[in-house]
Ligand binder design. Structure first.
Ligand SMILES: Nc1ncnc2c1ncn2[C@@H]1O[C@H](COP(=O)(O)OP(=O)(O)OP(=O)(O)O)[C@@H](O)[C@H]1O
Ligand SMILES: [Mg+2]
Length: 316
C-alpha cells in the first residue's frame, strides 16, 4: 500500500495588497510514496516543498487536488495518531525544559505516568540530547531546538514521519547523527518523507526522490534511475611520487596537479583501469592517499533539471 499519495495537488496563494492575485506555489503534484520508503523531496528555495508538507499536515488547504496518508484522507483522526511532523523552523514555548515539553506531547497522545517518563527519555536519547534535557529551551542553540523538534515528531512512535529540512541548523556531526536516526527509523518500518536541499543527505538516505522546481515536480524515481551514475573518470591522490613515474603517468592522465612536495592529484580518464596504475605506483614506491571515482552527482542532476524547467517556463 502507498503510505502517502497526492493527486493533482495544487495551492494558490493570494498575493498583492490592492489587487490580490493568485500565485501558484504548488502545481498539480501527483506523487506516491510506498510504505517503509525514505523519500527525499528536493528542490531549491521557494520550490513549494514546505507548502506541500503543510498541505499534507492540513496546516493549509489545497486549491485543488487530494492527498491521502496510509490510505485515508489527510484529516482522518486515526491517521493523525500515526504520523509525526517536524516543521521547517520549529518554535516551542521556551520556558519549558525539553523534558517538560515532550512530556506534554506524550500526554496529548494518551501516554500516562511512567509511560510518559520512559518514552520522553527514549526519544531524547535517540536525538542525542543529554543532561541538557533539564534546561529551559530558551538556553538551547538552534541545532538543539532542531533535535527537540525531531524528538517531538517521534514521540508517538509514528508509522509515517514528515520532516521539513531535518538537517537544517545542525553541524556535521549532528547531521550524521540525524542520518543514522533516520536509517534506524526506516529499519523498524517507518516511512520517511523529508524535504531538503542538501543533496548529499538525500544521496545517503533515500530510496527515491522527487525534484520540485517552481511548484512542479520535474523528476521522480529511484536515484539509480534518475542519475545514470556515469563514470567520468578517477581521481587519485598520491604521495612520494618519483619524477620519472610522474612523467609516465602524465601520458595517460587527464591532469597531474602538484599539491605539495612529492604529492599530486592525478585525474585519469574512465577507460584507464586504476588497478594497473595502483600496481605501478606501489612498485615505484609511491604512497596512495585516496582513489575516488568521478561520477555525476545529484547536484549535477539538480542543476540540469532546474535549468530545463526554467527553460520551459521562459520558452527558450
Ligand atoms: N502564505 C503564503 N502567502 C503567499 N505566498 C506564499 C505563502 N507561503 C509560501 N508562499 C510562496 O510559495 C512559494 C513556495 O514556498 P515554500 O515555502 O513551499 O518553498 P520551499 O520549497 O519550502 O522553500 P525553502 O527551501 O526556502 O524552504 C514561495 O514562492 C513562497 O513565497
Ligand atoms: Mg521550506
Amino acid at each position: 500500500m502507498a503510505a502517502i499519495e497526492t493527486e493533482e495537488l495544487s495551492k494558490d496563494f493570494l498575493v498583492g495588497f490592492w489587487r490580490p492575485r493568485p500565485y501558484r506555489a504548488l502545481d498539480r503534484l501527483t506523487l506516491s510514496v510506498d510504505e517503509g520508503e525514505v523519500f527525499g523531496f528536493l528542490g531549491p528555495n521557494g520550490a513549494g516543498k514546505s507548502t506541500t508538507l503543510k498541505l499534507l499536515m492540513q496546516l493549509l488547504y489545497p486549491t485543488t487536488g487530494t492527498a491521502r496518508i496510509l490510505g485515508r484522507p489527510v484529516g482522518d483522526l486515526g491517521v493523525k495518531r500515526r504520523i509525526g511532523f517536524l516543521p521547517e523552523n520549529p518554535y516551542f514555548y521556551d520556558y519549558l525544559t525539553a523534558e517538560e515539553l515532550l512530556g506534554y506531547f506524550a500526554r496529548l497522545f494518551g501516554l500516562r505516568g511512567t509511560q510518559v517518563t520512559s518514552r520522553v527519555a527514549a526519544v531524547l536519547d535517540d536525538v542525542g540530547i543529554g543532561a541538557e534535557r533539564r534546561l529551559r529551551l530558551r538556553q538551547y542553540s538552534k541545532g538543539m531546538i532542531q533535535r527537540v523538534g525531531l524528538a517531538q515528531a517521534l514521540i508517538n512512535d509514528p508509522d509515517v514521519v514528515f520532516l521539513d529540512e531535518p538537517m537544517s541548523g545542525l553541524d556535521p556531526l549532528g547531521r550524521r547523527h540525524v542520518r543514522q536516526l533516520m536509517l534506524r527509523l526506516r529499519d523498524r518500518g517507518c516511512t520517511i518523507f523529508f524535504s531538503s536541499h542538501i543533496l548529499s543527505d538525500a544521496e545517503a538516505l533515500c530510496s527515491r526522490v522527487g525534484i520540485l522546481a517552481q511548484g512542479r515536480l520535474v523528476a521522480s524515481g529511484r536515484l539509480s534511475e534518475i542519475l545514470a551514475f556515469e563514470l567520468r573518470g578517477w581521481e587519485l591522490v598520491v604521495d612520494h611520487l618519483a619524477d620519472d613515474l610522474r612523467d609516465a603517468l602524465a601520458r595517460q592522465a587527464r591532469s597531474v596537479t602538484p599539491l605539495a612536495h612529492g604529492r599530486y592529484t592525478i585525474e585519469l580518464p574512465p577507460d584507464v583501469g586504476p588497478e594497473a596504475v595502483l600496481r605501478e605506483l606501489g612498485d615505484g614506491g609511491a604512497q596512495v592517499i585516496s582513489l575516488n571515482p568521478l561520477r555525476d552527482t545529484l547536484e549535477d542532476y539538480f542543476v540540469q533539471a532546474i535549468g530545463a524547467a526554467e527553460a520551459r517556463r521562459t520558452g527558450l
